[in-house]
Design a protein around this ligand. Structure first.
Ligand code: FAD
Length: 429
């Protein structure tokens, strides 16, 4: 029986190993860092839980929920029921469910044109929520109709500093001028669908359960996937003590597209497709204070385009002293290179303009995610099929990741399941 080599121990890589192991196929995972979870990693520092990236899931996600059940993980914390939006330098409280139905206070700020556009847009995505995904042709219709210009080109200016930007920031760490309507539609069709939770005790419980009984080699950074005569022949791996070459004819890349494109020579069209997939880097600061930071009914704040902060929330509703500062969007990208302590000071000062931090910081942890929250390209269906067609020309190579079936942990598991299935079929030939 062949051993499959998987690059990356994030949700996609661990997921791929899981779906192969279910069919009795052995895997070795090569992970550049010292831990599992990638952009959704979590770690305990003393008695404080730091979830440094993705953590929330929907009750509607079949693969993610099936795995939670099989791991016996059954205690969850609900997400915030509301959030505050910075509009014209003021905080406006929004209730998630009312926002979707239309909110009078928001309506007054957005004006008639903005309100109608938001209502029509959200109604469309809600009405077609079950068909707006990568398995259904409707998203291609959306791409054809809307992706000729970015989100900013389609909406009234009042929406671009407010609710529409809120979606582009939460979903892509990007400005409305940088992403395209099909991505927005994919995101909003899932918004409010099902109930959203976080794993009590931290998302790392999920990754650790998924990693159990898997062979993972930490500190091994793959530099190259070797190909000869159209087939995978090996991997070049930097182990920290020099570069090693191992022979293998079955590889799943489970790293983001911006890493994958450096690992392999793809046919020109597929390489071009890979280049079109764009990521928007961000930094996540987890910080804990000796007094509650969130208070007076405020649990979560969405900032405006002039801010280095995209979004901040309490890590859990019952931990108002623990803050997740997300530095995302155009202004944030200008400061990501700053040292950690400067980034923390900037985040705290900006946050305190709206909700002064009165306590002392106890601990903080800065994580820069060069892969941002997700990857996307306009006319994504075409980009994806071109990329997959190119990968298919290389025997023994498969790809999984957030740039294929959606930008959530469920999307990553879906891509992992598909990659594992395609590779099994190839190995069975
Ligand atoms: C701030 C933030 C908030 C988010 N919120 C949510 C959320 O609430 N819910 C949700 O579902 N999703 C959320 N996401 C998205 C979700 O976290 C990602 O879609 C998912 O974690 C991506 O997993 P992945 O395995 O595809 O990639 P990654 O997590 O990036 O994993 C790739 C792994 O490969 C390793 N690697 C990289 N290069 C190499 C190499 N050359 N050799 C070996 N190993 C390598 C990396 O160290 C990493 O461990 C969020 C993301 C961020 C950043």
């Amino acid at each position: 029986m062949k051993t499959v080599h998987i690059i990356g121990a994030g949700v996609s890589g661990l997921g791929a190993a899981h779906y192969l192991a279910e069919r009795g196929i052995e895997c070795v995972i090569h992970e550049a860092s010292e831990g599992v979870g990638g952009r959704a990693a979590g770690r305990m520092e003393g008695d404080i839980l730091f979830e440094v990236g993705g953590k929330n899931f929907s009750s509607q996600w079949t693969r993610f929920n099936a795995l939670l059940t099989s791991f016996g993980i059954g205690e969850f914390d609900p997400q915030h029921p509301d959030f505050h939006l910075v509009l014209n330098n003021q905080l406006l409280k929004m209730d998630k469910s009312r926002t979707l139905k239309g909110d009078l206070r928001l309506g007054l700020r957005l004006g008639i044109r903005g309100s109608l556009q938001l209502k029509n847009f959200l109604s469309y995505s809600r009405k077609h929520a079950d068909e707006l995904n990568h398995s259904n042709g409707l998203i291609e219709e959306v791409e054809k109709r809307w992706d000729h210009k970015p989100v900013a080109g389609h909406f009234a200016p009042s929406l671009l500093a407010g609710p529409i930007r809120m979606f582009t920031i939460i979903m892509g760490a990007a400005e409305p001028g940088e992403v395209y309507p099909s991505l927005l539609m994919l995101f909003t069709s899932g918004f409010g669908k099902g109930r959203h939770f976080a794993v009590r005790g931290g998302i790392q419980r999920f990754h650790q359960a998924l990693a159990r009984n898997k062979q993972i080699r930490f500190g091994e950074s793959v530099k190259r996937i070797a190909i000869a005569d159209g087939k995978v022949t090996g991997l070049e791996i930097d182990t920290g003590e020099g570069v090693q070459t191992i022979a293998t004819d079955a590889v799943i890349s489970a790293v983001p597209a911006h890493v994958f494109k450096r690992l392999v020579d793809l046919p020109a069209a597929a390489q071009q497709a890979c280049e079109e997939i764009r990521y928007f880097p961000l930094a996540m600061i987890n910080a804990s204070y000796d007094k509650p930071v969130f208070r007076d009914g405020i649990n979560s704040i969405m900032f405006d385009p002039g801010s280095v902060l995209g979004h901040c929330s309490a890590n859990r509703l019952y931990h108002p002293e623990q803050v997740r500062f997300t530095l995302s969007g155009a202004e944030a990208r200008k400061v990501l290179h700053l040292p950690d302590d400067e980034l923390i000071s900037l985040a705290e000062a900006e946050f305190s303009r709206y909700l002064p931090i009165t306590g002392n910081r106890v601990k903080a942890c800065v994580t820069r995610h060069m892969g941002g929250i997700c990857a996307y390209a306009p006319y994504f269906s075409r980009v994806k099929s071109t990329l997959l067609a190119g990968v298919e020309t290389i025997g023994g190579l498969e790809i999984a990741g957030d740039y294929l079936e959606g930008h959530t942990m469920e999307g990553c598991l879906h891509s992992a399941e598909l990659a594992a299935r395609r590779l099994r079929q190839y190995l069975a030939q």
